[in-house]
Design a protein around this ligand. Structure first.
Ligand code: ADE
Ligand code: ZN
Length: 343
């Protein structure tokens, strides 16, 4: 029996996929936040899940970040960082994730007195155990906060280099307005010299978005772009991204919180033009869904066919930073999943 042209929610949830745009601090669910606050004796001024959710009022990236960073004060010990990452990996496993390349923001913790070693130890222990505990190959991508200085980013990289065997790549996140990629060129060049992969956020509908995307491609020479769907405004950028097979890590549910919509039309059109778009969850505890939920919401909004959704899952492994051998294993997993579902 052939697969239906329109994908079912069950099919999309179980479809093997890689998550490539996921901020682990953005997976802090209200119940875990309350539990960690109690465990560490931190007064967050909220007593119930409803209290926490009532603070989730945002209309753009800046207003989201103003809620996001203060929540992190409940993360204190190595075990807290482990528990946060492990809870995400357990959830991701239920939504078809086989490979996760996970962002973390060390400066959001070191600037409030938590040591870099505490942060990286907790996260990397959870990543290391993920294959056995959850059937996921997990790796870490260390992001610099672009609304802190380039000097702070560079100092963070230097602090991280003794731990570089625990880090797959580096990224750039936080508030993009007035903080262009080129400011961080030296730090990203040093990361590259140290064998790390490079990615940067080009958030949705930002001021100077097209120039920022040009910088990440031409000046920084990134290996992937986070979001980046504003390339639709410039055919030359679409061509560059397609010709270089640069992956775009799109996040539909997140888009609908920080901009006017999910950008489903832009994403499906880019897919149909041969761009390696992928779907991801960004900050799922804040944006109402994990990766499978993003696949489902996007399929519904865009009218993508089953074959197109399978292509998106394939793209996620194509642009993930795995060996060619491992990539072939993941493609085979998709093939058998599709075959089983058709039977
Ligand atoms: N940090 C966490 N989520 C982010 C996003 N969507 N954009 C930029 N920085 C972030
Ligand atoms: Zn992001």
């Amino acid at each position: 029996m052939p697969l239906p042209t329109t994908p079912t929610n069950d099919f999309l949830l179980g479809l093997p996929k890689a998550e490539l745009h996921l901020h682990v601090e953005g997976t802090l669910e209200p119940d875990l936040k309350l539990r960690l606050a109690r465990r560490n004796g931190v007064d967050i001024g909220q007593q119930s899940v409803e209290d926490v959710q009532a603070t989730y009022q945002f209309t753009d990236l800046a207003s989201f970040l103003a809620v996001y960073y203060p929540a992190m004060q409940v993360l204190v010990t190595e075990q807290d960082f482990y528990d946060l990452a492990d809870a995400y990996l357990a959830k991701a496993a239920t939504q078809g994730v086989k490979r996760a390349e996970i962002f973390f923001d060390p400066q959001a913790h070191t600037t409030r007195g938590i040591s870099f070693a505490t942060v990286i130890s907790g996260y990397s222990r959870a990543a290391y155990e993920a294959a056995e505990r959850h059937g996921i190959d997990a790796e870490l991508i260390m992001c610099f906060l672009r609304d802190h200085t380039p000097e702070s980013a560079h100092a963070t990289l230097e602090e991280a280099l003794p731990h570089k065997h625990r880090i797959l790549g580096v990224g750039l996140d936080s508030d993009e307005r007035g903080n262009p990629p080129a400011l961080f060129a030296k730090t990203f060049a040093t990361a590259r010299e140290n064998g790390l992969k490079l990615t940067m956020h080009c958030d949705i509908d930002q001021h100077n978005s097209i120039e920022h995307i040009r910088q990440v491609i031409e000046d920084i020479a990134v290996d992937r772009i986070d979001h980046g769907t504003n390339i639709v405004e410039d055919p030359a950028l679409v061509k560059m991204v397609r010709d270089q097979s640069l992956g775009l890590t799109c996040c539909p549910l997140s888009n609908s919180f920080v901009s006017d919509d999910m950008k489903a039309n832009e994403i499906i059109n880019l897919l149909r033009e041969g761009v390696k778009v992928t779907l991801n969850s960004d900050d799922p505890a804040y944006f109402g869904g994990y990766i499978g939920d993003n696949y489902q919401a996007f399929a519904q909004a865009s009218g993508a066919t089953t074959a197109e959704m399978v292509q998106i899952a394939r793209n996620s492994f194509d642009v993930s930073w795995v060996s060619a051998e491992r990539r072939a294993d993941y493609h085979a997993m998709i093939d058998s999943y599709v075959q089983e579902f058709s039977a």
